[in-house]
Write a protein of this length. Structure first.
Length: 437
């Protein structure tokens, strides 16, 4: 067997910008439970049980497990029985024989070990594909659910915006009728109302589209009415301590897949090197034959043979050696792919953590501003009661409050989506139902 190549990639001791002072550690296996939404928990469980892509990957894993048995049993003694009857209507004699054939491929010069390594790598690759499918199913289900709830919340705010725009148009029309305003103000209010109406129509269509995506993730063609029932967007959970960078090698399916691709390439190189050497089988046969001459059955005879069967490569014009060189290069390429998978995974985690940190800070700042909005609106209302502010100023204050709440909602949705991206980059999902040995 070829020696294992060096594929180590140094990882940092900790993630830059990660919340090191967090009270709790992140749990990548059930990370969506931190959102505290039972409806989401049930939806993820249903997606894991019903997603068609995940089911396909699980069947391929079971096929790979069965294939390992096929490879293992290639190198144990085989026994076959055979019969042959060759009557000929134009002749006066026919023959009948029965026999047993035995063979045993020894798998010398590393052939057996290399083929077992390839089969084990195929099994682990299929297992990594199942893990990758589970990560994707969980992340896409959570992301789509959050988009659905955010769209519903935006629809509620848009209703307020639409009502404010209608009130502004009526106010402009009254002022024009009283001679206190012009047609320009009415035109502006009319244009603003049409803009809000168009935006409301677009937002109204989003929940159904996202519900259809949820149905697709669950392997269905029809949506459930319960998904469209209004529900609050989950709150941004408290920051949790991210797993150590070294854990990425174990949890991220892309890295695990690249690692086993190296193992498979090494096994294929071992097979190519074994092809340079003789192939030795031990075989034997026992044949029992009788001749039927007319209506007379002649005495039977039996033949026993046993011995080695050797195939020696003599002259192939360098074909086998070129194949070994090619597989050596493919092994080197697989090592480079593994290193790139580690580097790409670390970069994705680092970038997603930075995005989440910025999204959390923005959401916190906007939430603080929203908390003070009712007091600002109450001051304008008191000024109006004292005759120091008119209805237009009050309406402007109400629109500003709604716009601020809409901005805070967008920040909340962005922070939640950033959280999904972090756990997807970390390979956060339940362990596969079928794990490779």
């Amino acid at each position: 067997m070829p020696p294992q190549p060096d594929r180590e990639v140094p990882l940092p001791q900790s993630w830059r910008g990660a919340p090191a002072d967090a009270a709790t550690a992140a749990d990548p296996t059930r990370w969506w439970h931190a959102l505290g939404d039972p409806g989401l928990d049930a939806l993820v469980d249903a997606a894991l049980a019903q997603n068609l892509g995940l089911a396909e990957a699980q069947h391929r894993l079971r096929a790979a497990r069965a294939q390992t048995d096929v490879t293992r049993l290639r190198f144990v003694p085989q026994l076959n029985a055979r019969t042959m009857s060759a009557p000929n209507v134009e002749s006066t004699a026919s023959y009948f024989q029965v026999g047993f054939d035995a063979s045993w491929e020894l798998g010398l010069f590393g052939r057996r070990d290399a083929e077992k390594q390839v089969a084990a790598a195929d099994l682990a690759l299929a297992d990594a594909d199942v893990a990758a499918a589970r990560v994707s199913v969980v992340a896409e289900t959570v992301r789509t659910y959050l988009e659905l709830r955010a769209a519903q919340a935006r629809g509620v705010l848009q209703t307020r915006e639409l009502a404010a725009a209608e009130a502004a148009l009526k106010r402009a029309q009254r002022l024009q009728a009283l001679g206190l305003g012009g047609s320009t103000d009415v035109d502006k209010a009319q244009s603003a109302l049409q803009t809000e109406q168009a935006r409301a129509a677009g937002l109204a269509a989003l929940p159904a589209l996202q519900a259809q995506t949820l149905a697709q993730l669950l392997g269905r063609t029809q949506i459930e009415a319960a998904w469209l029932a209004p529900a609050a967007l989950p709150a941004v959970p408290a920051a949790a301590k991210a797993p150590a960078p070294a854990e990425l090698l174990r949890t991220r399916p892309e890295i695990r897949r690249a690692e086993w691709a190296v193992e498979r390439a090494a096994g294929e190189l071992g097979i190519a090197r074994a092809e340079l050497w003789p192939q030795l089988n031990i075989g034997g046969s026992l044949t029992y034959a009788s001749k039927l001459d007319g209506d007379e059955l002649l005495p039977p005879t039996s033949i026993l043979s046993v011995g080695p069967m050797i195939s020696i490569p003599l002259l192939d014009w360098g074909m086998r050696r070129a194949a070994a060189v090619a597989h050596g290069e493919l092994l080197a390429a697989a090592v480079m792919r593994y290193r790139a998978a580690v580097v790409d995974g670390a970069a994705e985690v680092q970038n997603s953590l930075g995005t989440l940190d910025a999204a959390r800070a923005r959401h916190a700042a906007l939430a603080a501003r929203v908390a003070g909005a009712p007091q600002r609106l109450a001051r304008v209302q008191r000024l109006q009661a004292l005759g120091l502010a008119d209805a237009g100023e009050l309406a402007e204050a109400q629109r500003a409050e709604t716009a601020l709440e809409s901005e805070r909602l967008d920040a909340q949705a962005a922070a939640l989506q950033a959280l999904v991206a972090v756990y997807k980059a970390l390979g956060g999902a339940p362990p596969p139902l079928d794990t490779a040995p």
